[in-house]
Design a protein around this ligand. Structure first.
Ligand code: ZN
Length: 122
């Protein structure tokens, strides 16, 4: 699959954390379904994030997709997604991740977490 295992750069870990945080917040504030701790085949979530991220099945799918795409990004360093010439989010995932980034971005602004704000998507 071309995915590398385990040895992530700090930048990759940052992006992984950001993505998990954003989807986690979105799910917590918007979804009431059953939630389970997120797990991903390529790394131990707790090693990167220090705590488990609880998400519903839909968000888990979105997060898996987002992380897979991020780790498959052919560019190093990764450019801003909106400036990238190979858009890896398509269709349903693209509109969904935008909604997530917008919602969780606003959520963080309201809580003064500007440090976490998105360098990542637009
Ligand atoms: Zn959810």
């Amino acid at each position: 699959m071309g995915l590398k295992k385990a040895n992530f750069s700090e930048k990759e870990k940052d992006d992984i954390r950001t993505l998990m945080k954003f989807v986690g917040i979105y799910c917590r504030e918007n979804h009431n379904g059953e939630k389970t701790p997120f797990s991903f085949k390529l790394f131990d979530v707790k090693e990167i994030e220090k705590e488990e991220i609880f998400v519903c099945a839909d968000c888990s799918r979105l997060l898996t997709y987002g992380l897979t795409m991020r780790l498959k990004c052919p560019h190093d360093p990764k450019p801003m997604c909106k400036k990238c010439d190979n858009q890896c989010y398509h269709g349903e995932y693209k509109s969904k991740i935008r909604e997530v980034m917008k919602f969780s971005g606003m959520h963080m602004i309201k809580r003064g977490r500007l440090d976490l704000l998105y360098h990542y998507f637009a």
